[in-house]
Design a protein around this ligand. Structure first.
Ligand code: GLY
Length: 438
């Protein structure tokens, strides 16, 4: 089957690999030539992923039978609507359904209308006066969210990026002046985790839970990035997420898909719930309408079911199984020095692929061109897969030893110490649980 993949990051390298392993003939469109995808693809088109007309042109030229959308920006640009109108089935939600990610107020109101568990208190303001009054009356720490996609960089939380509610009011005022409105939410304390599911609009099939490391530097310090790495456990839970909280989070995602169906905006593709595990249980921080990056690289190499079979099930409404190996995984992203604020660009790096393969690690390329020149974002990811987290981390670290250049990575991703830190945090919040090994 001829399959079009949109996007050129590490996530898409993993999607492309899974599609080719399932027997697809792969065609890729992205802004740059990703060296990993280049060798998997039958043909490769360079275009902005949001350039709907150009994408349609390639899709028709290649006569593709199915399309798979990696990132969120093309979803917001209506790529799914346009491809479907051209008769090409697509794995990914329509522009309207993708509002779960692209319009945070839409997502919060949907949860409220349908009484979806895992909700948070929120308000949308277009008046600066009302916003300030509400924050003063509320009294507790808040989260300020701009409308629309901000690449994870626009959301600011009191106690983290904002010192106090006074700073929150000033930031929110700027957003109202710029965008005409702002979303204010209560802050929820806990530990975040990623829950991705496949859905055909009705049926929801879970993937292993993953924990992402969004901060640039070790010890969860520094600016927020797209994610510097991530891990998952062999039992598909996380050491601080017990089965009952897993079931509650799954219920939230199922209720969300059901609510979208009832509203006449069926959601199909991959739904990603970014949850905060609070003392009371899992709370939705936000939805994403796609695989996570790096989280796709944790789950896709474990997939035992053909991704093509899953994709066909998603588009024709017959999704029935998605099985994953019971292994632990650790993904470590290497990013150009200075990323995310002032990244090195244009420098060449060296990657000894053979030596990396000999360590047992997997390699996915991301923001780097076919000459291994850094393009400014996360450049490549090394993935360890093993029976235990410790072994998976050791494999990923060994693989990294064979990459040279102006890069940095987080040594602490997937280490026992960093996992313990999260367990400790949950205990300090008063959560009662018996952590398990991973
Ligand atoms: N790793 C976070 C995301 O994909 O949005």
């Amino acid at each position: 089957m001829r399959v079009l993949l949109i996007g050129g990051g590490g996530r898409e390298n993993a999607i492309g690999e899974a599609l080719v392993n399932a027997g697809a003939e792969l065609y890729v469109i992205s802004k740059h030539r990703n060296p990993g995808l280049l060798r998997l693809a039958k043909d490769y088109g360079i275009a902005k992923e949001t350039d709907v007309l150009k994408v349609l042109g390639y899709a028709e030229k290649w006569n593709v039978e199915l399309a798979f959308i990696g990132p969120e920006a093309p979803l917001e640009a209506g790529i799914v609507n346009a491809l479907e109108e051209a008769g090409i089935p697509v794995v990914g939600p329509s522009r309207e359904a993708a509002q779960l990610e692209t319009n945070k107020a839409f997502a919060r109101s949907l949860m409220e209308r349908h009484d979806i568990p895992g909700r948070k208190l929120f308000r949308v303001f277009d008046s600066i006066e009302e916003m300030k009054r509400w924050i003063d009356d509320f009294g507790r720490p808040v989260v300020v969210k701009p409308f629309g996609l901000t690449g994870g960089k626009g959301v600011k939380v009191v106690g983290y990026q904002l010192r106090d509610n006074e700073e929150a009011k000033a930031y929110a005022e700027g957003l109202i002046r710029k965008d005409g409105r702002v979303l204010i939410e209560e802050r929820t304390d806990g530990v975040e985790f990623t829950f991705q599911v496949f859905t055909d609009g009705k049926r929801v099939l879970p993937m292993p839970l993953v924990q992402d490391y969004p901060h640039a530097y070790e010890n969860d310090e520094g600016p927020i990035t797209g994610g510097m790495g991530s891990y998952s456990c062999s039992n598909h839970l996380l050491p601080f997420v017990m089965k009952d909280d897993y079931e509650k989070a799954l219920k939230t995602l199922k209720a969300t898909v059901e609510a979208m169906r009832k509203e006449g905006i069926p959601y199909k593709g991959i739904l990603y719930g970014q949850f905060m595990l609070s003392k009371e249980g899992p709370v939705i921080i936000e939805y994403n309408a796609r695989f996570g990056d790096p989280e796709a690289m944790n789950v896709l190499p474990l997939l035992r079911t053909s991704l093509l079979e899953i994709a066909e099930g998603i588009v024709d409404g017959s999704l029935c199984r998605a099985e994953f190996e019971k292994k632990a995984t650790v993904v470590k992203y290497l990013a150009p020095r200075g990323y995310p604020e002032n990244p090195v660009k244009g420098a060449r790096i060296e990657v000894d692929e053979k030596a990396i393969a000999e360590t047992g690690a997997k390699l996915y390329y991301a923001s780097i061109d076919e000459n291994l020149t850094l393009l400014g974002s996360r450049a490549l990811a090394i993935v360890g897969i093993a029976d235990t987290l410790e072994e998976a981390e050791r494999i990923a670290a060994a693989g990294i030893g064979y990459v040279r250049g102006e890069l940095f990575y987080r040594k602490d991703v997937g280490t026992r110490r960093s996992v313990e830190k999260r367990i400790q945090l949950m205990k300090e919040l008063g959560k009662e649980f018996e952590p398990f090994g991973c």
